[in-house]
Design a protein around this ligand. Structure first.
Ligand code: ADP
Ligand code: ZN
Length: 206
């Protein structure tokens, strides 16, 4: 199964991806995670994309497509993939159609007015990659999964969130129609609880 998770920033792609990846045994490929890892390790790629990522804009297409192409050629993608955060515009989507087209695209549909609250309340764990909202964890400084210290992503500030949302609306939202036209799009209500959203995804995947 070759799957794409589509949705605005803060729509819960990363959270749902972790569950989907486990249940269907698919490699979870998050371009955002890959970029963040590279920034942390200060690789040449990380150095190249840091500034643009901090402003909430997209990393260069050629670089991103190349990265995904290489990742998809790894043996663990033999039976499919789960892409999270890619493609993010029409150029990337048509590049992916050339490389290894998806079977299904799940669009996590959420009320855009809730995004700011969702993202500014997000806390991330650098150790286990967990991501939580302060509304749902007892201790906002400690990872409920591994006990490490939680941090706030550099691009999870109010100003940067506004920019990410603008980028989403102009560049990424058109992918909904792109995949609808291909008959691959499935809409899932992302405003429900984590469990309800996941149950709905399982239902549509059959
Ligand atoms: P979110 O889905 O919460 O916005 P991500 O972790 O997916 O967060 O992405 C964070 C940032 O990484 C983006 O704002 C962008 O700068 C960069 N990025 C991630 N995926 C892509 C992509 N496919 N193309 C270009 N830039 C990307
Ligand atoms: Zn953790």
């Amino acid at each position: 199964m070759k799957l794409i998770l589509l949705g605005a920033p803060g729509s819960g792609k990363g959270t749902q991806a972790a569950y989907i990846s486990e249940k269907y045994d698919l490699p979870h490929i998050s371009t955002g995670e890959i970029f963040r890892e590279n920034i942390k390790e200060m690789t040449p790629l990380g150095v190249k994309v840091k500034a643009v990522m901090d402003t909430g804009n997209l990393c260069p297409d050629d670089l991103t497509v190349e990265l995904v192409k290489e990742r998809l050629s790894k043996p663990d993608c033999k039976n499919g993939y789960l892409l999270d955060g890619f493609p993010r515009n029409i150029y990337q989507a048509s590049a992916l159609d050339e490389i290894d087209a998806p079977d299904k695209v799940i669009n996590l549909d959420i009320d855009l007015s809730k995004i700011e609250h969702r993202i500014t309340g997000r806390r991330s764990c650098a150790k286990c990659n967990g991501s939580y909202h302060v509304d749902f964890i007892g201790n906002v400084n400690t990872c409920p999964n591994c006990g490490s210290e939680l941090t706030i992503r550099k691009d999870d500030t109010v100003e940067v969130v506004k920019e990410r949302l603008a980028v989403y609306e102009v560049q990424t939202a058109p992918l909904i129609d792109y995949y609808k036209a291909q008959g691959k799009l499935v809409n899932v209500d992302g405003d429900k609880s984590i469990k309800e959203v996941f149950d709905e995804i399982v239902k549509v995947l059959g």
